[in-house]
Write a protein that binds this ligand. Structure first.
Ligand code: SP5
Ligand code: ZN
Length: 347
């Protein structure tokens, strides 16, 4: 399987994030991709390739131009104002306030284009995120050209990023950019299956009123877990998109057995959509020992089973890396998933 690895990911390197009032080491860190890369390198099937450059238009098809303009120069503006370290938003336009007028003030724009204070904007965030989008587009092009599958190995992740906001460690929605590119290239139906522990609120929002891109997500119940304000079971799509959004929220402590029952429901919905391409938002923060999550998936058994279950659909498949914070196990968990997929695809 070809693996498109983001060569610029280390440029996004947060010094810290905040947790319960304290500065803690950032969970979303360069070692994540490096560990996955090292683990995949030990297999006999992983073929690493660099991304090719795609025009900005492929990103503007998903993200608002004014958001992209902001992101490109945000860190430089922060520094020019005397900002010392990474930039963190501190004020947001909540209900009843105006999001249509772009403020001049930098802090006000930082808040306008974000939804949490847990996503540090660093010197290299734009470079890393922009290269990640190229990785996703390169993978989409490979699968569209007939590859059985490809894996987009990138960070920062993407599924929390919306058309005009960052958050949840995400800046550009790589899975959505790939899906939109496939549709623009003439594919009639694409499905995005999101198996990250957290609900993919950005991806859902981007395709919520559309029938061509199905979004299906298994995740922790937003009543207890991030991103809190989206991801409930009654969110089924709107307008033309009614019936093309499926959320399967699960309680903290969900066992692998229960998780795989929900996966079966998700896979049936994907199959019914008959997509020309399946995009999998792969988060391995469902791991039993993830430091910030609470599902119970195990390295040796459950991740290969996930890979086999996806392979059984027989669809051209683009895997896109999202979350997973147990750094010592992240390489094994991703490799186990994709090895299960590769073995079952060859069979
Ligand atoms: C892509 C992805 O997985 N993003 C996740 C963003 C989660 N952000 C909130 C993290 C807050 C840390 N909570 C620690 C809880 C420890 N019990
Ligand atoms: Zn996650």
């Amino acid at each position: 399987m070809k693996i498109i690895a983001n060569p610029h990911h280390r440029e996004h390197h947060a010094a810290h994030e905040f947790f319960r009032g304290a500065q803690v080491e950032a969970f979303e860190k360069p070692a994540r991709q490096d560990r996955i890369h090292a683990a995949l390198s030990t297999t006999d099937w992983a073929k690493f390739i660099p991304p090719t450059s795609f025009p900005e238009a492929a990103i503007e098809a998903v993200h608002a131009p004014r958001y992209l303009r902001f992101l490109r120069t945000a860190y430089a503006e922060h520094r020019a104002l005397g900002g010392a370290g990474d930039a963190f938003p501190a004020v947001w336009p909540i209900r009843g306030m105006r999001a249509d007028v772009e403020p001049v003030n930098f802090a006000a724009r930082l808040g306008l284009y974000s939804f949490d204070s847990g996503t540090p904007l660093t010197a290299g965030s734009w470079a890393a995120a922009r290269a990640g989008a190229d990785c996703a587009l390169t993978g989409a092009a490979l699968v569209a050209a007939g590859e059985r599958a490809a894996f987009v190995l990138t960070r920062p992740p993407g599924h929390h990023a919306g058309a005009d906001f960052f958050g949840g460690y995400c800046f550009l929605n790589n899975a959505a950019i790939a899906a939109e590119w496939l549709i623009a290239r003439g594919q009639r139906r694409v499905a995005i299956l999101d198996v990250d522990y957290h609900h993919g609120n950005g991806t859902q929002a981007i395709f919520y009123d559309r029938a061509d891109v199905l979004f299906v997500s298994l995740h922790a119940d937003p009543r207890t877990d991030y991103p809190f304000y989206l991801g409930h079971a009654d969110e089924t799509g709107e307008g033309a998109g009614r019936g093309f959004n499926l959320n399967l929220p699960l309680p903290q402590g969900t066992s692998p057995e229960t998780w795989f029952e929900a996966l079966s429901v998700a896979l049936e919905r994907v199959q019914a959509h008959a997509p020309e391409t399946l995009i999998v938002s792969l988060g391995v923060d469902t791991f039993e020992a993830d430091p910030i999550c609470a599902f119970g998936l195990r390295t040796e058994t459950d991740y290969p089973r996930l890979g086999r279950a996806i392979a059984a659909l027989g669809l051209p498949t683009l895997w896109v890396m999202e979350g997973g914070y147990a750094v010592e196990a992240i390489g094994a968990n991703v490799t186990a998933t994709l090895s299960g997929f590769v073995a079952a695809s060859a069979a």
